[in-house]
Design a protein around this ligand. Sequence first.
Ligand code: WTA
Length: 631
Amino acid sequence: MLTKIENLSEYFLAYEKSVANPETFWGRVANQFFWRKKWDKVVDYNFEKADVKWFENAKLNITENILERYLYTLGDKPAIIWEPNDPKEKGITLTYKQLFEKVCEFSNVLKKNGIEKGDRVIIYMPMIPEAAIAMLACARVGAVHSVVFAGFSSSALADRVNDCEAKMVLTSDGNFRGAKSIPVKEVVDEALEKCTTIEKVIVAQRTKTEVTMKAGRDLWWHEETAKVDTQHKAEEMDSEDMLFILYTSGSTGKPKGVVHTTGGYMVYTQYSFQNVFQYNSDDVYWCTADVGWITGHSYIVYGPLLSGATTIMFEGVPTYPDAGRFWEICDKYKVNQFYTAPTAIRALQAFGLDPVTPYKLDSLKVLGTVGEPINEEAWHWYHDHIGKGKCPIVDTWWQTETGGIMISPLAGLTPTKPAYATLPLPGIRPIIVDAEGKELKGNGVQGNLCINFPWPSMIRTTYGDHQRCIDTYFSTYKGMYFTGDGVKRDEDGYYRILGRVDDVINVSGHRMGTAEVENAINEHPLVVESAVVGYPHEIKGQGIYAYVICDTEGRTEASLKDEIKATVNKIIGPIAKPDKIQIVPGLPKTRSGKIMRRILRKVAENDTSSLGDTSTLLNPEVVDEIIKGAQ
Ligand code: WTA
């Protein structure tokens, strides 16, 4: 590949060029793709209006850059290797040629069932090959996919369907996860009671459990694909046409639909994939994320497939049938690049070395982490026991909104330092500002992380509400994209991400807006008010601590807490269930009625020695009671 960086001095050179002349730099990278028509201008932007365009007026279809592009050169190479939940079940390998056929076939199914360019399609599916096929088929016909993590509840699913006014849902009968078989279609049925825009639901068969099929609306995947052929001409898309919407949590209660467009996302996910992981043509790459999150979009599906890579999709969980499952899969497929989340590493570390030692792990060349800060202890365990001291760790910092990896070592090229994401990728210009937005120049500084120049895969808007995009990302600091993260730049110029500085917490690598969890808790009829904060959690990184004011109406505290957890489970899903709930007589409030979260955070962290000034509180007496009742 022309733009693959092969040593550290090439990285510095590429970085310099990308800053000195971004148009030439990205134009050269983009030239490696297949465009039906090239762009008039590489980049145009106005951050104050959150208006960003890459490869203006260029025409393409992203799937032609995966399927047609590799058909003759890599047709028989495995594109997707699917490993089922149960190791005794046979996996599935799809070569590039087979993937091409399956995507075309399903594109025809979408068209036949009324999907047109620009329509929104919800994908609510477990980790089965059909999920990736569905995404690519949407992209091929020009429909906008919005994948909703299959662990979300029916009410969270309904909110997303309604927000983007989707026309179709793609789903499965059920989902195998560890020892459990979980209903999926049933959740869709419940959600759709609250939706009016869905015309068709297509159901892939996985668990073969019985499901209700609504006449005129619900169709079976295998029956529909049997009716169409495997030829399909891809729709022509503009570079700035929407590729997908992915909902994510922010500081306010309502999830926002982060919008990514076609050309820039394609260029950047491929470029970052090949450089960060230093992928070589015969390597086998495995990212353990779920396609319901951005990591699954960019680094299971698009980035690897655009690079002609072999990408593994794993249906199951790291601890089933035992805590050696990841390592068993690494040996089975001779995985070369392995990419996971710190929470998974910590969870597996807790089992000790017995589940690791039976495996050779000698194919591994690169280890990656993503989603949350990795603590040094987990970094060393990963490095020593999984990488056997010889695999570089790429600690990749990025976000749903950034579309691709922003700050990360390039594997084997950038010298690493535990817990540091190290240096920005070419084209990425991080700057650190203080609370007032003043740039903190030089090394040895700490503040809020912003990016002050566009990059190709950045967020374009929040679906249906552009003002929200401006307010959330481009208004805190004028002329800059604000990430919401705190950061330190050390004496070597290396970046270390310190975590969120807004009301977002990071639970097992999943982003959770505290307001969203509070809204869910408040749905319980006896709850008067609640406040949610994060606290350090050994495995999850951060746990959810909820302070709740409620009437007990004769119930015990324990049963009330169970009911509150069940409410959150129903409204959002199991990932948002509070780890700790404390029933409190009141919440510390300022005279203007704002909850003083700083105090609640300190109590949750069990650090009440320095609560700071509480004299401005309306109800200072409540603080002592909260401390007394702390969990
Ligand atoms: C956090 C996941 C430290 C960060 C790709 C960010 C990280 C949020 C790292 C985005 C990392 C992600 N080190 N923190 N390597 N990677 N984060 O949108 O707080 O699910 O803002 O995207 O995760 O989470 P999201």
